[in-house]
Design a protein around this ligand. Structure first.
Ligand SMILES: Cc1cc2nc3c(=O)[nH]c(=O)nc-3n(C[C@H](O)[C@H](O)[C@H](O)COP(=O)(O)O)c2cc1C
Length: 150
């Protein structure tokens, strides 16, 4: 079995996407991911999604295909996909970190990613790794736990 992670970003099709929409998306995603053995995190900020998917390669490639054809978002851009020795988010069938703009901008090198007024993040691989690193460090794990992501 080859374990991989896939990271992409996209823009929400609905500029007024609310918490209820996100919660319903997450509830379905978590149920499916639990069955598929998929873990990861989904970040939604200022109209942009940033998602890390990890799991078995064929499963991740199939899931990414479904996600890519979902009309709830556009400009879906795969940033990277590569083999990983172990999962970084094994506790989360899809964690949803409530990171504030300030918290993200405080990550060294990330200050320009979610600039005021930008509704779509075009994150390069280096920045994706910085974001990933900050999440892996556990900066938001307490918050993830607090909202009970399983
Ligand atoms: C930003 C975003 C992230 C998503 N993440 C997941 C996910 O992690 N797991 C999942 O099963 N579906 C996720 N979905 C939903 C899928 O796009 C799709 O609706 C679901 O896999 C069902 O696909 P199907 O109708 O082709 O079976 C996500 C959708 C969006 C818009």
């Amino acid at each position: 079995m080859e374990l991989v992670h896939c990271i992409y970003c996209s823009a929400s099709s609905n500029p007024n996407l609310g918490l209820a929409d996100l919660n319903s998306l997450l509830a379905k995603a978590r149920a499916t991911n639990a069955k598929l053995g998929v873990t990861g995190i989904l970040l939604f900020h200022r109209g942009s999604f940033f998602q890390v998917l990890e799991g078995e390669r064929d499963v991740i490639e199939g899931l990414y295909k479904s996600i890519s054809s979902d009309n709830r978002h556009t400009r879906i851009t795969k940033i990277l996909q590569e083999s990983i020795p172990h999962r970084n988010f094994e506790d989360w069938t899809m964690g949803y970190p409530h990171a504030t703009q300030q918290e993200i901008e405080n990550i060294p090198g990330m200050n320009d990613v979610f600039k005021n007024g930008r509704t779509y993040i075009d994150v390069c691989e280096t920045k994706a790794r910085l974001l990933l690193g900050a999440f892996m460090e556990g900066r938001w794990h307490a918050k993830l736990g607090a909202i009970g992501c399983v």
